[in-house]
Every structure is written in C-alpha cells, then in structure tokens.
Design a protein around this ligand. Structure first.
Ligand code: ZN
Length: 262
C-alpha cells in the first residue's frame, strides 16, 4: 500500500504534535525551556531530530514508513531492535507498535538534547534509554499507540506488516484465511465474505496479559479481527489474529460440533 506511507508518516507528525508535545509542556515550563517544534514528513528514509537554536525539527521519512512494512527489514532498524530487545508494548512486535515507538524514539531525542545528554558518537546512550524507558513505563507510549490505532482506523489505513510470501509459497493473507477456517473446520465451501459476515458480532475469547478476555468481534480485517465490548479499562478495542481467538457460545462454534446450522 505505497499510498498509505505518506498518510502514516503524516499521522506520526500529527500525533507528535497533539499527544507528545502537549505532554511535555509542564516539564518545559518547569525547566524554562522556550523552544519551537516543527514536525514534518520527509521524502526519503531519514527519520531524525535536528536542532537549530531554539528550533527543533522532527522528520519522519516516508520511505522509513515503507521500509518498516517488511517485518524482516523492520527488525534491522534501531527502533525495531529496541522494541524486541527492551520488550516495549508487552513485547508485541507489530507494525502499529513499531510506528508508535518510532514517534517516541524521535521525541526522546528532543528531550535528550534539551537535557544536554548528547555526546559525540554516543547518541543512543544510557541517558537516552532512561528517557525512552520512562515514556513506555509512564504510559505516554501506550497513549501514542492508542491514538495511532484510532486515527488509522478512522482514515482506513492498515497498520500491519506487508503480507509476505512464506517458505512454502503461501501469502500470509492466505494463511490468515486458513487460520480462520482451521478454527472452524466444518465450515467449508463458503466465501471469505460470508465467513466475515458470520464472524461479525460473535463473542470471542483470547488471552491478554495472562488472563482470559471476552469481547465482541466488530470487524474482520485481512489478518486480524477487531474486538470491542471487552471490559478492559483504558483500551478501546483489540486487534487479534484469528489463530489466537476462541469463539464463545456462537452459532459457528456449535456448527463445529455438528449441532448447529449456519
Ligand atoms: Zn535515534
């Protein structure tokens, strides 16, 4: 989806300005920092923080957004390694998490520069990670992720890694479709559209942070389903791969045991 790249980069700009920037205003005031922030979408991969006097600029490269679409490539970026290595977002390595973390990473560079914690040849240093860890532990990173998912959803943007081709030649989209069918082996001979309609509104159960959560399937995406009415405070909705879902007391599930009809 090359056309989404610009829009997602623009979303990162927007979220930096509307979530992260207001968040540090009290800290800026308390420390007498009078700075201006400019956020922009860059044309290339370059994604960085630069400073000229009191003017700080954060650039989110359009080609960075595109490059990270590939899960394998994503792991080669510093932000990808951080996400995995430091276990941010409960260790979830998804495209949405990576984009949210990219916002936080660049913003942490801004805070780092204000603290004077830059040293030549030592940008990603212990002081930098102290800032980044705090952004994740303090909840602002979760907020960034939440707003990103809501906005992407509203704009119809997919926040998922690109579908690749696996070793046996299947696309991940096919695999996801098979996963749905694997959960419901009796349902054969119906189209994906019909399956989608059948799944919508179903009650489903999945594991979240070591406990069972039940919610309603409200949308079926290519590789995940959207779960609402789940009763978990502070989270609007979940996106769960079908392979991690169990249908609860549904027509579809009863069909599996041969006692129901579609
Ligand atoms: Zn960096």
């Amino acid at each position: 989806m090359p056309n989404d790249d610009f829009q997602i980069a623009a979303l990162l700009v927007n979220i930096t300005e509307t979530v992260l920037w207001p968040h540090i205003q009290p800290w800026l005031r308390a420390n007498n920092h009078c700075i201006q922030l400019r956020c922009r979408v860059g044309r290339g991969q370059a994604t960085h923080h630069t400073q000229q006097g009191q003017q700080h600029t954060l650039t989110f490269g359009r080609k960075m957004v595109a490059s990270k679409r590939c899960a394998r490539q994503a792991r080669n970026w510093t932000t990808g390694r951080e996400l995995v290595g430091r276990g941010y977002f409960s260790g979830n390595f998804g495209y949405a998490e990576l984009m949210a973390h990219t916002c936080c990473h660049e913003f942490a560079h801004l805070v780092q520069s204000l603290n004077g914690w830059y040293r030549r040849g030592s940008i990603h240093n212990a002081d930098f990670y102290r800032i980044l860890d705090q952004m994740h532990q303090g909840g602002i990173a979760d907020r960034v992720l939440q707003v990103l998912q809501l906005e992407a959803d509203r704009q119809g943007l997919q926040l998922e890694f690109a579908q690749g081709v696996t070793a046996d030649g299947e696309t991940s989209e096919n695999r996801a479709a098979q996963e749905i069918q694997w959960r419901m082996p009796v349902i054969t001979g119906i189209s994906q559209q019909q399956l989608k309609e059948q799944l919508q509104g179903q009650l489903a159960e999945f594991d979240y942070r070591g406990r069972k959560v039940q919610g309603r399937i409200t949308r079926v995406h290519r590789k995940t389903v959207r779960i609402e009415d789940h009763g978990v405070r502070g989270i609007d909705y979940f996106r769960v791969p079908p392979s991690q879902l169990q249908l609860v007391d549904s027509m579809l599930q009863r069909t599996n045991t041969g006692q129901g009809v579609l």
